[in-house]
Design a protein around this ligand. Sequence first.
Ligand code: ADP
Ligand code: ZN
Length: 523
Amino acid sequence: MDDEKRHDPYGVLESVFGYNSFRGLQEEVVSAAMQGQDLLVVMPTGSGKSLCYQLPILCREGMGLVVSPLIALMNDQVAAMRQLGIEAAALHSELEADELGKLRDQLRRDEIKILYISPERLLAPGVASWLGRRQISLIAIDEAHCVSVWGHDFRPDYRELARLPGYFPGVPRLALTATADPNSQKDILASLDMRDAREFVSSFHRPNLHLAARPKNAEIADLLAILKAHEKHASIVYCGTRNKTEAIAEKLQKQGFVALPFHAGLSSQEKRAVLTRFRSGEPLVVVATIAFGMGIDRPDVRCVVHLDMPASPEAYYQQIGRAGRDGERSQTYLLYGMEDIARARYWLEQSAAPEEARSIARNRLDAMIAFAETTKCRTQQLLACFGEDFEGNCGHCDNCQRPLKLFDASIPVQKALSAIYRMGQRFGTTQVVSVLRGRLTTAVAAHAHQHLTVFGTGKDETEKWWRSLLRQLVAHNIIMLDGEHKVLKLNGHEVRPILRGERAVMLKDERDLHKAASRAAMS
Ligand code: ADP
Ligand code: ZN
């Protein structure tokens, strides 16, 4: 390649990558990086972040460093670069001594154009100062949200990256992440000491993702009905615990699905086996914890199901973002319940984190719950969590397609609240619903609850209807499900004006959802 072409991003885009145009913000980012500015790039997964640093590295003089948190991720990228004829290499802790020696020789001879490196390697004694003697064109910091202690992927080594300018004075840095929320972005810039960086934040709207959320009825039956529709493709089912991934995978296997559990408790060999099959293109279901995360790049994942509620809209967005990377229509389902909400709140309050961190986590959790419970367009609601104003409705989320109405639930809510109160705030959902519906169960008789004045005052509604009402009251923080003892309690501050009739409570009428669910169960 002649020299002029080598330095022209448009020429390299075509001749090396084989693309005829930039996507989204790529062009602006590449142009700013060519000028040597520090940048923070926030783009959703699958939108083409890698090119934002690869292209400037190819076009600038010297070698580019790419800090990456995962060895698997580095190896994939290196293989992809080499296929394009680019001299790429990875430097991390899994290299054998002879590989390391060979790499060092190549580096000495300036034969490497782009070096992927783990943060702990880069900051190991002597490494950065040795590399600093070579001509470094740019330092890309991939998955930059790993620097944030508040985030879900925090890596202590990433904090140390703030020291880089000491070793590489004047070398532009480009931090990249798919984590959308404005607080994390501020935290990344502060932690990396990049306060003067230019920020590029692209839209997080993924028009091919169809969002749906609904309360769990019968978890496994709901899941089977969903997965049957996507049998010919790959699906990911996210669960809150390792045990649950194993149990669900087993149940799916019994129903004839190829279902593989994935969690941090597997050996690296087992994990690799799952990843290999996942990438092979065969139809399958991976049942995973959040450990199934970075570097999951199969393009034709058609369906992502959450069986437990994620702790934040950011985590949720990242996880559903693994669907439809090829741009084809893909479906996502959040199945959640009152217990999820209660458990998440319980763990949060139990955590030893400083109050500042807990308060951030609390806000995120509340935003997640609000997303689950909303009757508005879900696309709009989710993007609003990231400060993005989405005009109009998406037209294809569950709420757009089958709107649920809000109704004035003040009277039944008063009944439920007084039942909980009269029962001494010592009983769970089942007993409260039995009392409201006037069911003389053994447990009701055992506590003589049939003599309460509220007994049977809600007998015209179904059990599902009452459970839906109680769940919404938990979501709205009007009542609390004690995470440890599964007991319903009143949130006095919220409850008083409702009982006095000073505050109306609007809730979702989920009767249509219940009817649709029982139709599906019978078919
Ligand atoms: P991210 O890192 O943001 O998750 P990637 O960098 O892996 O995304 O890119 C996602 C996909 O988009 C890749 O398959 C990549 O080859 C493709 N891609 C990136 N930029 C372009 C472009 N300008 N034109 C066409 N395809 C592109
Ligand atoms: Zn919508």
